[in-house]
Design a protein around this ligand. Sequence first.
Ligand SMILES: *[C@@H]1O[C@H](CO)[C@@H](O)[C@H](O)[C@H]1NC(C)=O
Ligand SMILES: *[C@@H]1O[C@H](CO)[C@@H](O)[C@H](O)[C@H]1NC(C)=O
Ligand SMILES: *[C@@H]1O[C@H](CO)[C@@H](O)[C@H](O)[C@H]1NC(C)=O
Length: 345
Amino acid sequence: MVGFSLHSLPASTVLLTYLLSYPTLAASQSYVLDTSYSGATFFNGWNFWSSSDPTHGFVQYLSQSDAQAASLIHQSPGFPAYMGVDHTTTLNSSSQGRKSVRIESQKSWTHGLFIVDVAHMPDSTCGVWPAFWMYGPNWPNSGEIDMIEGINRNTFNQMSLHTAPNCSMQAGTQSGSVNSLQCDGTQNDGEGCNVASNNGYSYGTGFNAKGGGVYATEWTSSYIKTWFFANGSVPSDITTGSPVPSGWGTPQTAYIGGSTCDIDSHFMNQNLVFDMTFCGDWAGNAWSGDSTCSALADTCVDYVAASPSAFSETYWSINSVKVYQLLTSASSSTSTTTRKFLISY
Ligand SMILES: *[C@@H]1O[C@H](CO)[C@@H](O)[C@H](O)[C@H]1NC(C)=O
Ligand SMILES: *[C@@H]1O[C@H](CO)[C@@H](O)[C@H](O)[C@H]1NC(C)=O
Ligand SMILES: *[C@@H]1O[C@H](CO)[C@@H](O)[C@H](O)[C@H]1NC(C)=O
């Protein structure tokens, strides 16, 4: 845009009159592709987490070279990227845990539209805790947005947010069931705010049976919304790479900010994450409350250590991850108007 000040015009100022097809000052915003991960180059741009699991899972996260050597990841042109776990080795319950991967994007974003096209996710099996999510520095001060997550035999996706104190969301129009709108991670046993999907294709075994699907999360200063589209129901504007969330109908989750949660002071600079852990703070603690799982072994760790073949379907197969950012541009119109510009030399 041309910027100028009217109160200090120098001598050499001319008044130019333009005849332009440039009708109004109204601007339109659309999402344009910022970053895409897919195919043979899917893993470029991610760091492999090989430290201990911050969520205290029975897991050993491998470096990229170790994961590649152990066939826990693979990638090739035109195929979904694979991330799996060791499903052949019987372990000692006292060991560090089952081999797996956790990757984090090197890039981070504030706001945007995050679209993941998933061919297969870890199935609904006792002991597992997979997630696709994002978080920012100095957790929880820069917030956490969980897009795909569940544990054990869950069949519905749960979408949560975690923040520092003073973030309680409003519920927007959404298809999911609100469990909590209190995102402050220091309350409610650290559960954060969370909404559960009612769509039987949204997670795990049901998701895979349908042939996967697409999750899209839109994060603005005003709201954080997540849509789910099962295989066969993905809007064409997503497939063609020109996504327009306003045309997608009711989201599964709609967290609306405002006076009780200023989104921009609680969510920033977030990196994307895929992981697959076992037991730990959520799946492990929920073990005794799940009668089907707890009938398999006394503890989650004992089961995961002794039952490698239970995890042959514990893998992500990702067609693509695409991050879009809003681009503001002048709206186009056919009407012609005369505009005057002052140009100073
Ligand atoms: C499992 O590991 C513990 C601790 O290292 C060891 O004492 C125990 O003998 C191991 N058990 C088996 C069956 O190898
Ligand atoms: C939370 O809000 C209260 C009231 O506005 C304020 O006193 C307090 O400092 C805030 N806490 C944080 C961690 O921002
Ligand atoms: C996924 O969707 C496509 C297109 O609608 C369909 O042909 C295919 O059968 C679906 N896959 C499964 C496993 O349902």
